[in-house]
Design a protein around this ligand. Structure first.
Ligand SMILES: [Zn+2]
Length: 152
């Protein structure tokens, strides 16, 4: 165990435990999220003396973001706010978080504006079709020259 225990954490462990129990019974959504993230006792705690580990913290933040349909800017500000309250900054960027969020948009299947053969842009922004039409990705999106994958 560490020797750098902050006095504010050391003094009120009984009250803390009671608080946790109340919070958990009040907030079923968050409880579920924590369960879903897996109870891994080996997972590193958020910081020394923290009541939750890193994975649980991320799960709670993600649940908050999804429940309140938080914007990217909102998430960024939330992470900054959380960092202010942590002994050391834990959340350096929103990007690590955004990667973990489920993608809500299904894949776009592009087709040629002229002959309607299917196109795979990959990383490129423009494609020369076999019919010699030049398809620009941006233009294809603007002109709705694509269809979404059907989600079942
Ligand atoms: Zn074509």
């Amino acid at each position: 165990m560490g020797f750098r225990i902050d006095s504010s954490f050391a003094t009120s462990s009984k009250e803390d435990k009671q608080e946790v129990a109340e919070e958990e019974s009040e907030n079923l959504i968050h409880k579920k999220v924590i369960k879903a993230s897996g109870d891994n006792p080996q997972a590193p705690m958020l910081y020394e003396g923290a009541r939750i580990n890193h994975a649980e913290s991320e799960a709670l933040i993600m649940a908050f973001v999804l429940n309140h349909s938080l914007s990217e800017k909102g998430l960024e500000n939330l992470l900054e706010l959380l960092n202010c309250h942590l002994p050391i900054p834990v959340y350096s960027s929103k990007f690590a978080f955004l990667k973990k969020l489920p993608t809500t948009e299904p894949k776009k299947n592009f087709f040629c504006k002229q002959c309607e053969v299917s196109l795979e842009f990959g990383d490129s922004d423009e494609l020369l079709c076999e019919c010699e039409a030049i398809n620009l990705k941006k233009e294809s999106i603007n002109n709705n020259n694509f269809f979404f994958d059907t989600v079942d």
